[in-house]
Design a protein around this ligand. Structure first.
Ligand code: GLY
Length: 317
């Protein structure tokens, strides 16, 4: 199976085949603990839900969920197995935010399978929010994380193939998903969020996207709710999408309305036809919503231990 393929066709087929999928551009309400993740990430949601059963804490849940694709060699956009940059290096970005407004992140981290856990360690064990590159790696090693080769044979072959043309063309959707973003409400009603990625395949060496940037890829405010993003990170960065969505919810918009408004900010200013952004939002009442520029974005919800994949609404009809 090809690593990255446009989902505009495959998602449509998957949707028809999946009884658990349903089209949605409405705010959906939930009460009690909940896990949300970008894309079709059932295994991540199940791990997050299991974590919630053990500790009850949303922060543990989003970390546990993010670790699933990070360790999956078949997931070519996150962690181990992620496609490398154009120089052949797998470089990782991740961030995490808790209900108290604490945040941690790592950017341009190499050789560590679980950047989300390093981001959490940055949050909990340093006076900083963000560590990058060599410094992030040194910190991870000091914390006992193992140095590993994250470039799988499959990813290496794809890179060698890519080098024949060296054409940089970020895909609109990616076969299984790209970045995973997670939001959770825990047993005390508190909200947390996380995001982890290997970034765009064959990006320039040193490129960092939205995924480690608090306010861009993830933002949570326990008075309001949380949001997370996926897609071409440059445009999430330029519009600080997740922070924007939380502020829109603070000012009275539903999660669905807030996601739609954040997508419109991009559509109004940029040539949106060539790229995808998907947003997911959750408020403190347990209402959630999602919206994307293009067809093909979906998200995974777990409530009462039941996991469902939902097709997001989208702008470009
Ligand atoms: N959203 C992931 C990235 O652009 O790196």
């Amino acid at each position: 199976m090809k690593r990255r393929a446009f989902l505009q066709q495959t998602t449509a087929l998957a949707t028809l085949a999946s009884a658990s999928s349903q089209a949605s551009n409405q705010t959906i309400k939930n009460t009690g603990p909940i896990i949300l993740s970008t894309w079709k990430n059932e295994k991540a949601n199940i791990a997050a839900w299991e974590s919630l059963q053990k500790t009850g804490r949303a922060l543990d849940a989003v970390e546990a969920g993010a670790r699933i694709p990070e360790a999956d060699p078949n997931d070519t956009s996150v962690g181990y197995g992620g496609f490398p940059d154009r120089d052949g290096h797998v470089t990782l970005d991740a961030c995490i935010m808790d209900e108290k407004g604490n945040a941690g992140s790592v950017t341009f981290l190499q050789h560590i399978m679980h950047p989300i856990s390093v981001a959490r360690a940055v949050m909990e064990k340093t006076p900083h929010v963000m560590l990058s590159g060599e410094g992030a790696l040194q910190f991870a090693l000091d914390q006992g994380f193992k140095k590993e080769n994250l470039l799988t044979e499959t990813a290496k072959k794809a890179w060698i193939e890519w080098k024949k043309t060296s054409k940089y063309e970020p895909k609109i959707n990616i076969e299984r998903h790209d970045t995973i973003g997670l939001l959770a409400i825990g047993n005390k009603g508190e909200i947390s969020g996380a995001c982890t990625t290997s970034g765009l395949a064959f990006k320039m060496h040193g490129r960092v996207g939205d995924s480690p940037v608090i306010g861009a890829a993830v933002f949570c405010d326990d008075e309001v709710g949380g949001a997370c993003a996926t897609g071409l990170g440059e445009f999430v960065l330029k519009t600080l999408g997740s922070f924007l969505i939380v502020e829109l919810m603070r000012n009275g918009k539903t999660p669905q309305q807030a996601c739609e408004e954040a997508i419109m900010r991009i559509v109004k200013r940029y040539n949106y036809k060539e790229f995808q952004i998907g947003y997911l939002a959750l408020n403190k009442k347990g209402e959630y919503g999602a919206y994307a520029i293009q067809k093909g974005f979906n998200y995974t919800v777990t409530v009462d231990g039941k996991t469902t994949v939902i097709e997001s609404g989208y702008y470009m009809k």
